[in-house]
Design a protein around this ligand. Structure first.
Ligand SMILES: Cc1cc2nc3c(=O)[nH]c(=O)nc-3n(C[C@H](O)[C@H](O)[C@H](O)COP(=O)(O)OP(=O)(O)OC[C@H]3O[C@@H](n4cnc5c(N)ncnc54)[C@H](O)[C@@H]3O)c2cc1C
Length: 524
């Protein structure tokens, strides 16, 4: 069948799916109107969400960092997507210009319990720390197996400046996968030599929903892609022919109605096989977020069913069986008076958008905040300011509140933050803080064996690909937009036999210069 008659069904509307749709059209020649995106929630973008307004408060689950030294597939895609605001510019061009104007150079990366800036030019390593770190860097991933970071590094390492900066930049905790930690050390080796200033970090003009999802969604809609929001896929029908799995139909619940999409022989199905923001919940100034557990959304069910008796579809249990170890909490604050931003600018020495994460290294919640360039929402009125923060250990009692973060209201989180900064609570008067609990936010970092993640097109699958943070891509790192977009490009190019070359993972770690700089830094 000619490719322009092929239909595609994309289960999930995260950036991975949207990228897959774009690659199908741009590089595969599929017609937009033959592509169907089925998304459970009311809007597209998945984890790259942002919503709200100045009156009721903005919220976004995450604030994201990018680089232009990596993120090869992301920029390959966004060079083709017109920005919403840049008059003829691509999203990529707009992002580069923005970062030329607002360069990241943190002057207050770590703050200690006395509310003093910690000098961070030294990483704080002992000789034993250096030896252990190098051992991980030079280990084969297969030898690390499903060991934890804490299995490979001694307690002192977790008190170093390096650990506080690296772990809060990327959200690592000691019980996470040593293999994943090793991949980060390789993939982001360039960041090692500038981790204390975050000088390699690139930002989008607005939050990532406004700057990435909305332009991409508009481009897809302009191509005729059919988007079905509020549509939860409940089952995939399939046959096994000569050991090859073929999806034949998709069952969906859409606004209380059951719907079935027939999948014909030459059609393609892409499944987002799990989400790091599944079962997440928002609180308010007066209430903490609800504590949802696995049974709430059934978000892992489709993958669990596929993997039940097919080892090539991986092992979801490696990732979703310990919420206590994969949960943390973020918060978004909307302010209508400038006092907090003014005091932070004076204290840190960074204008909003030039500093990046400020981490309270001795805080029990291991709390960090980021003040992005304003406005951070495309519709944000003048005089309103928005910032984002998170706590890596939300189950621990606070330093200024005798409550764990995940039992705190937004007002209490602001109280704890002002305590760490020694700011008068008046500095956030009238502010709205919306907390967000994410039970699976670091599920991709849980210790895993190589076989626990399926390939984007699992062996023996004829028309089904998986696009998510839970597939195996050699040398690339999870908890990134890049990983989902690379998975999408690999899946689409494989299913449609596209010959255009996928941008390779840049081997910065193989460059002598980069290795040298990282080593110098480690010995400072
Ligand atoms: C707090 C936070 C901070 C982050 N920081 C960074 C960063 O600094 N840099 C960076 O690069 N990345 C960062 N990320 C990661 C990045 O946002 C994600 O890796 C990426 O957005 C994942 O995209 P995805 O499309 O794979 O999955 P998701 O965005 O999770 O999308 C999956 C979608 O599938 C839908 N879905 C699932 N099951 C079904 C079903 N049965 N039927 C219909 N729909 C379904 C879900 O509703 C969801 O919309 C961060 C993420 C968060 C949350």
């Amino acid at each position: 069948m000619p490719v322009n008659q092929t239909k595609a069904y994309l289960v999930g509307g995260g950036i991975g799916s949207l990228a897959a749709a774009a690659f199908m059209i741009r590089d595969g020649g599929l017609r937009g109107e033959n592509i169907h995106v089925l998304e459970a929630s009311s809007s597209l973008g998945g984890s790259l969400d942002a919503a709200g307004d100045a009156a009721s408060g903005y919220s976004m689950r995450g604030g994201r960092m990018f680089t232009t030294d990596n993120y090869e597939c992301t920029w390959d895609l966004f060079k083709s997507i017109p920005s919403l605001t840049g008059r003829g510019k691509s999203v990529y061009d707009e992002t580069i210009e923005f970062n030329d104007r607002y360069k990241s150079h943190s002057r207050a990366r770590l703050i200690d319990k006395r509310c003093a800036k910690v000098p961070v030019t030294s990483m704080g390593f002992s000789m034993a720390d250096r030896e252990e770190l190098l051992k991980i860097v030079f280990a084969e991933e297969t030898d690390l197996g499903n060991s934890r970071i804490a299995d490979c590094l001694s307690p002192h390492f977790f008190e170093t400046n390096f650990w506080y900066m690296w772990s809060t930049t990327f959200a690592f905790e000691p019980w996470h996968s040593a293999a994943e930690f090793r991949r980060y050390l390789h993939r982001f080796m360039l960041e090692f030599s500038r981790i204390e200033t975050l000088a390699g970090v690139k930002r989008t003009v607005y939050n990532q929903y406004d700057s990435l999802v909305r332009p991409l969604q508009k481009w897809l809609a302009d191509q005729g892609v059919r988007i079905f929001a509020n549509s939860t896929v409940t089952a995939l029908d399939h046959t096994d022919e000569d050991g090859r799995l073929i999806v034949t139909a998709i069952h969906c619940q859409s606004a209380g109605q059951s719907r079935r999409f027939q999948v014909n022989d030459a059609d393609l199905v892409i499944l987002q096989n799990a989400s790091m923001t599944d079962d997440s919940s928002l609180g308010s100034m007066n209430s903490p977020p609800a504590k949802y557990a696995a049974s709430h959304s059934n978000g892992w069910a489709l993958w669990e069913t596929l993997a039940a008796d097919r080892p090539q579809f991986g092992n979801p249990r490696a990732f979703n069986s310990s919420i206590a170890q994969s949960c943390w909490e973020s918060f978004t604050v909307t302010l209508k008076t400038p006092s907090f931003f003014d005091q932070m600018t004076a204290f840190t020495g960074n204008e909003p958008g030039t500093g990046g994460l400020v981490t309270f290294k001795d805080s029990n919640w291991l709390m960090s905040v980021v003040l992005p360039h304003q406005p951070h929402f495309i519709d944000q009125p003048p005089g309103v300011q928005v910032f984002w923060g998170y706590g890596l250990y939300p189950d621990r009692i606070g330093n200024f509140l005798s409550k764990p973060m995940d039992e705190c209201t937004g007002a209490e989180i602001l109280q704890e933050l002002c305590g760490h900064l020694r700011f008068d609570p008046q500095s956030v008067a009238g502010g709205i803080c919306i907390p967000c609990r994410m039970p699976y936010i670091t599920s991709m970092f849980m210790p895993r064996m190589h076989s626990d993640r399926p390939a984007p097109v699992p062996q023996g699958s004829k028309n089904l690909a998986l696009v998510s943070q839970f597939v195996e891509i050699a040398d690339d790192v999870v908890f990134t937009v890049e990983y989902s977009i690379r998975a999408a490009q690999m899946a689409v190019y494989s299913l449609l036999s596209i010959e255009r070359k996928i941008p390779p993972v840049t081997a910065h770690d193989k460059s002598f210069r980069t290795q040298f700089d990282a080593l110098i830094k480690a010995f400072k």
